[in-house]
Design a protein around this ligand. Structure first.
Ligand SMILES: CC(C)(COP(=O)(O)OP(=O)(O)OC[C@H]1O[C@@H](n2cnc3c(N)ncnc32)[C@H](O)[C@@H]1OP(=O)(O)O)[C@@H](O)C(=O)NCCC(=O)NCCS
Length: 209
C-alpha cells in the first residue's frame, strides 16, 4: 500500500487527493494524464520533451508505459482526476550487475494541483514499491532549474552524488543537471526484482482535506 499524501495547512479546501498504482486506463484516465503532462511540459519540465508532442504521440507513450514489464506507473489524483505521475523503472534483465537499483522518471504534478502533498505521496509510494521489489537503491536525475523537485528530493532522503554541466540542452543553451540516489531497505522475503503481492493490486490512499 502507498502512504497518504502530506497535507499542506495552507491548502485546507475540501479536496480529495490520492495516489494509486495504475495497471490500466479507465474512463478519462488517459486523456487526463495527457492533459496533465502537457501542462507540466508548458510549465517547463517535460522529462525529455521540450514542447508538448501531438496528443496521439503522448497517448502512445503512456499506453506503452503500461505495457513495458520493467515499468510501474503510479499516478496522483486530485478530486478523482489524474494530475501527476511517477514511474519506477527496473533495469533490464541482462543488467544483473545493476539489478539492485531502480530509477524514477516522469515525476510531476500539474501546476494547478501542486501544494497538496501529492508529490510527497508519489515518492512515498515509490519508496514502498522499491522496497517490496527488493531494491537497495532508488536513483534519479533532475535539471538544476527544477528547484521544487530538488527541495523535495532532498527532504525525502535523496543524496546528490554527481552534477553534469551539459545535462540538457534547452533553447540552444546547456542546462546543468544533478544525479541523486536514495538507499532502500528491501522488504523481507523479496529478492531483487521479485514480484510481490501488491503487483496485481491497486494500492491507493485517500485523504479528505
Ligand atoms: C516537484 C513537484 C512534483 C512538487 O509537486 P507538489 O505536488 O507541489 O509537491 P507537494 O505538495 O507534495 O510538496 C512537497 C514539497 O515540494 C517542495 N516544494 C513544492 N513547491 C516548492 C516550491 N515552489 N519551492 C521549493 N520547494 C517546493 C517542498 O519541499 C514541499 O514540501 P513542504 O510542503 O513540506 O515544504 C512539482 O513542483 C512539479 O511537478 N514540478 C515540475 C516537474 C519536475 O520538476 N519534476 C522533476 C523532474 S526529475
Amino acid at each position: 500500500m502507498t502512504t497518504a499524501a502530506h497535507p499542506h495547512p495552507q491548502n485546507s479546501s475540501a479536496v480529495t487527493t490520492r495516489v494509486e498504482w495504475l495497471t490500466h486506463f479507465a474512463g478519462t484516465d488517459l486523456q487526463d494524464l495527457c492533459a496533465a503532462t502537457e501542462q507540466a511540459i508548458l510549465d517547463g519540465n517535460g522529462f525529455g520533451w521540450l514542447k508538448a508532442p501531438p496528443r496521439d504521440k503522448l497517448e502512445s507513450y503512456w499506453r506503452g508505459v503500461l505495457l513495458v514489464p520493467e515499468r510501474d506507473l503510479v499516478v496522483a489524483r486530485y478530486d478523482g482526476t489524474i494530475v501527476g505521475s511517477a514511474q519506477l523503472v527496473r533495469p533490464p534483465a541482462n543488467n544483473e550487475a545493476q539489478a539492485f537499483a531502480a530509477q524514477v522518471t516522469t515525476f510531476f504534478v500539474a501546476p494547478f494541483a501542486r501544494g497538496h502533498g501529492l508529490a510527497h505521496g508519489l515518492l512515498d509510494a515509490i519508496d514502498v514499491r522499491a522496497a517490496e521489489r527488493g531494491f537497495e537503491a532508488i536513483e534519479l536525475n533532475v535539471r538544476d532549474t527544477q528547484k521544487a523537485a530538488i527541495a523535495l528530493y532532498e527532504k525525502c532522503g535523496y543524496v546528490r552524488w554527481a552534477t553534469k554541466k551539459k545535462y540538457a540542452k534547452v533553447n540552444a543553451a546547456f542546462v546543468v543537471g544533478h544525479y541523486y540516489a536514495k538507499e532502500v531497505v528491501p522488504s523481507q522475503s523479496t529478492a531483487t526484482g521479485a514480484a510481490t503481492d501488491s503487483d496485481s493490486k491497486v494500492a491507493r490512499m485517500a485523504r479528505r482535506r
